[in-house]
Design a protein around this ligand. Structure first.
Ligand SMILES: [Mg+2]
Length: 234
């Protein structure tokens, strides 16, 4: 971890609106329904829809990369691919692994008077399903999943972050973004928002710091604790 808690306090203190990535900080989406299996099922659905010869798709197990690949090589299939993936993501979150610290951050934001928008490359319907199933819907003011049928909307594109800020009339200086991927930091940078990197796997801390994360933590609970302690109160 590169950021000492006092610095984390300073980063969080002025924040009014928290932009929160989903897969990683809140829930390990594919912990129960593994991504390679989802990729196989997505490929089967694409094949059934006439998607023979999707070059390079066989070895791709990064589902969002697979969606981009479909958009690049068979744009006629991107809508069906996105629809099928959204269904599979919804199935996955039902057996995904919640990150207890993520839920704590949602609750700490509420108790400290901060609003939260979820900003994710996952499908909005899947995120809403997860939040609803766990009684967390009221903790977020908006869910900004990838724009259906438009994989280009995904981070590192800043579009979803900009939409989340626009919907809440927030300025970048009022916000912090919390994400666990380099593309999150890049999207935050492009949107003018500082990003807290959440390093949930070994080696991620250096990558997130190198990408420009303002601080890197290895625990979402640490963010919740700082917010909950009132040190970052408005
Ligand atoms: Mg993530």
């Amino acid at each position: 971890m590169t950021g000492a808690p006092p610095f984390l306090v300073n980063v969080l203190r002025p924040v009014k609106h928290v932009l929160l990535d989903f897969d990683g900080p809140v829930c390990s989406v594919f912990a129960g329904l593994p991504a390679p299996e989802v990729a196989d099922r997505l490929r089967a659905a694409l094949l059934a829809a006439g998607g023979q010869g999707l070059a390079g798709s066989k070895s791709e197990t990064d589902l969002l990369a697979l969606l981009r690949l479909v958009a690049d090589t068979r744009p006629d299939l991107v809508t069906v691919a996105d629809d099928v993936l959204a269904e599979l993501e919804t199935e996955a979150v039902r057996v995904g692994r919640p990150n207890p610290g993520g839920e704590s951050v949602l609750r700490a934001c509420a108790s400290s008077g901060r609003s939260v928008s979820v900003v994710s490359n996952n499908a909005g319907v899947a995120i809403e399903e997860y939040l609803s199933a766990r009684g967390l819907t009221d903790y977020v003011v908006g869910v900004f999943g990838r724009t259906p049928g438009e994989p280009a909307s995904m981070k590192p594109n800043p579009r979803l972050l900009l939409e989340a800020m626009e919907a809440t009339a927030s300025r970048p200086g009022d916000c912090i973004f919390i994400g666990d991927a380099v593309r999150d930091v890049e999207a935050g940078d492009a949107a003018g928002v500082a990003t807290i990197g959440y390093a949930n796997k070994p080696g991620k801390d250096a990558k997130l710091a190198a990408a420009g994360a303002v601080v890197v933590v290895d625990s979402m609970q640490l963010i919740a604790d700082v917010l909950g302690a009132g040190l970052g109160a408005l």
